[in-house]
Design a protein around this ligand. Structure first.
Ligand SMILES: CC(C)(COP(=O)(O)OP(=O)(O)OC[C@H]1O[C@@H](n2cnc3c(N)ncnc32)[C@H](O)[C@@H]1OP(=O)(O)O)[C@@H](O)C(=O)NCCC(=O)NCCS
Length: 180
């Protein structure tokens, strides 16, 4: 069984962070669940950014603290995905964005990694005091919907986001003691 670990981004992964980001940019795939990584060429800048957001230090008033993990395969120390857990909500997150954002790098998709990564972050969500988490996906994102459903997501409804002109499906996953 492969060992996969959620790790906070740190400088020992600089080359991997660079390669991970580049793979998405080369293929034009959306970098979800990693904050502003798309705009940060220097991995050190992103590492510092994630640390600041976890502590809630010096963050813009319209943003909330969040914890960033990279999902690392132990055998080759490759970053397979990123997942971000927002500690609280802004009005946008409460309606459209949810608590959790994620992606898996294009070359590692359809191997069950997103399903496992979402599962593996739930104990951390519990440790933040969350007893359920809102996870949202666009109504066109079949892979993300299946990832959420495989983790026990309960459909709450679909909301239209006028700025992006997209429909978001909202799902709640229970994370209280003993649920999963
Ligand atoms: C969504 C995403 C994270 C899924 O990652 P993944 O590792 O490929 O997902 P999994 O392998 O765990 O697959 C989950 C389910 O989706 C299905 N799936 C995966 N890719 C699919 C695709 N392109 N089309 C249809 N179904 C797909 C899998 O077959 C699996 O279904 P199952 O439970 O019936 O077996 C990945 O496609 C991605 O990073 N996309 C870009 C960013 C993004 O959309 N993030 C989510 C924002 S809400």
């Amino acid at each position: 069984m492969e060992k996969l670990t959620l790790i906070r981004p740190n400088l020992s992964f600089s080359d991997e962070i660079r390669a991970y980001r580049q793979e998405f940019l080369d293929l034009g795939s959306p970098l979800n669940g990693c904050g502003p990584l798309a705009d940060m060429e220097d991995p050190a800048q992103w590492v510092v950014h994630t640390q600041r957001f976890e502590l809630g230090e010096d963050i813009p008033e319209d943003m909330v603290p969040s914890t960033q993990f990279i999902y690392v395969r132990e055998s080759d120390q490759k970053i397979l995905g990123t997942i971000q857990i927002r500690h609280t909500f802004t009005p946008f997150l409460e309606t459209y964005g949810g608590h959790i954002g994620y992606s898996i790098r294009p070359s590692e998709r359809q191997k069950g990694y997103a399903t496992k990564m979402l599962h593996d972050c739930l104990p951390y969500c519990r440790s933040l005091g969350l007893d359920r988490v809102l996870v949202c996906c666009m109504d066109t994102n079949t892979a993300s919907r299946k990832t959420i459903l495989a983790n026990g997501g309960i459909y709450d409804g679909t909301v239209y986001e006028p700025e992006g002109q997209v429909n978001f499906e909202r799902y709640w996953i229970t994370v209280n003691e003993g649920s999963r």
